[in-house]
Design a protein around this ligand. Structure first.
Ligand SMILES: NC(=O)c1ccc[n+]([C@@H]2O[C@H](COP(=O)([O-])OP(=O)(O)OC[C@H]3O[C@@H](n4cnc5c(N)ncnc54)[C@H](OP(=O)(O)O)[C@@H]3O)[C@@H](O)[C@H]2O)c1
Length: 363
């Protein structure tokens, strides 16, 4: 089968699935023969309050791509960055210089494979998947095959949708970068947030003694996730503590390298995931750029990283979820027409743990 016949087959499969989808009753159903869908879009860089419902073409999968019927979409800080175009560096690295290249917002998703493009070998129509896509705040989204995995059986649809970016980032920080081991003392800044809430659980699953840093209002959640204690960053300057940690994972503050190293053991590891604010051009990544240089002259390991969703990492997350070690702490859900509110609430610090957009009724 050549590429064009495969594309035609994919389009036909997609139309068939869309027809099947039409029989289900939900707020965003579409009817047979429709080539359009509803999506939460934003066509210029602005606040997330500009994200609004619109009708756009149903995308078609190309080579190595999968069309997913989105049932729920996760919300994470990255959506706010892509909606606002801030920090400015993201405009220069391919997301659109003057306006968002992808007007449909959202990245995380959980749903059902609706059609596959040429060369897709891992997934078939009907598979229940989770992963990342370009534009998941929509009834359908295109994902690269290598950014999807079969969904955890132990997770509901909103929980599965809330996992890809945040849980994979936490997995990379805890397992791949810090290589957390049983018995280690681990400090997690931003423990009540998307990445942090997963990082706490993954470190606890490794047998570490976890101290979380979060606001007092969200301390209970962090304890529920397995942290042994929680420090409120609003009342305690954590870098003034008279103790040290084997591993520090910073997923929320922009505390300087110098201050964090003060409470890191002499051979400890500091992993900088990110924090909001900072420089207009590069945001909070300034200190991360210095880390490799400082590491050359220090006995401590200091590092930042850019997360990447892969099937292998999603499968590791799935195994932890299905083993009962990790769950998504989804505290708020929103219908598709309120996707912008979800992003606004997340940026305002209102969300505890994770938020998700329900595109179709959960099943
Ligand atoms: N490196 C990467 O590839 C990568 C991937 C994903 C995310 N990120 C970045 O990582 C950061 C966290 O992402 P997220 O999705 O987890 O965000 P989030 O859900 O908004 O969580 C942010 C967390 O930071 C906490 N926090 C805020 N100010 C703090 C401070 N001064 N000290 C300690 N904690 C503080 C918040 O606590 P309260 O809510 O309790 O106040 C919350 O727990 C963001 O900047 C994001 O852009 C980077």
């Amino acid at each position: 089968m050549n590429a064009s016949t495969t594309a035609q087959a994919a389009a036909a499969a997609s139309a068939a699935t869309i027809a099947a989808a039409a029989s289900a009753s939900d707020a965003t159903s579409i009817t047979e023969g429709d080539t359009t869908m509803r999506a939460a879009v934003q066509r210029r860089y602005a606040g997330p309050e500009e994200i609004h419902l619109d009708t756009v073409p149903v995308p078609q999968p190309g080579d190595g791509e999968v069309l997913v019927e989105v049932h729920a979409a996760g919300v994470d800080r990255g959506v706010w960055h892509l909606a606002t175009g801030r920090p400015l560096v993201i405009r220069a690295i391919g997301f659109g210089l003057r306006r968002p290249k992808q007007p449909v917002q959202g990245s995380d998703l959980a749903g059902v494979v609706s059609a596959v493009g040429a060369g897709v070998t891992r997934f078939a129509v009907g598979d229940e998947v989770f992963g990342t896509a370009d534009g998941s705040f929509a009834q359908f989204a295109i994902a690269k095959e290598e950014r999807l995995a079969l969904r955890p059986e132990a997770a509901g649809i909103a929980d599965a949708a809330a996992m890809p970016v945040s849980a994979v980032t936490a997995l990379q920080a805890v397992q791949d970068c810090a290589k957390v081991e049983a018995g280690q003392r681990v400090l997690i800044l931003g423990a009540s947030g998307g990445v942090g809430s997963f990082a706490v659980q993954i470190a606890v699953a490794a047998g570490a003694h976890v101290t979380g840093v979060a606001s007092a209002a969200k301390a209970e959640l962090v304890l529920e996730l397995g942290a042994e204690r929680v420090i409120d960053y609003r009342t305690t300057e954590v870098t003034e503590l008279d103790e040290s940690f084997d591993v520090i994972i910073d997923a929320g503050s922009l505390t300087s390298l110098r201050r964090l190293r003060r409470i890191l053991s002499p051979t400890g590891t500091l992993v900088m995931v990110g924090g909001e604010g900072g420089d207009a051009l590069v945001g909070g990544s300034g200190r991360t750029l210095w880390a490799p240089l400082v590491s050359l002259f220090a006995s401590q390991r200091l590092m930042g990283f850019v997360s990447a969703t892969t099937t292998e990492r999603l499968e590791r997350v799935r195994d932890l979820v299905d083993a009962g070690s990790v769950r998504a702490a989804v505290s708020r859900t929103y219908p598709l027409e309120r996707a912008g509110d979800a992003v606004t609430d997340l940026a305002a610090g209102i969300v505890s743990g994770k938020a998700a957009v329900l595109v179709r009724d959960a099943r």
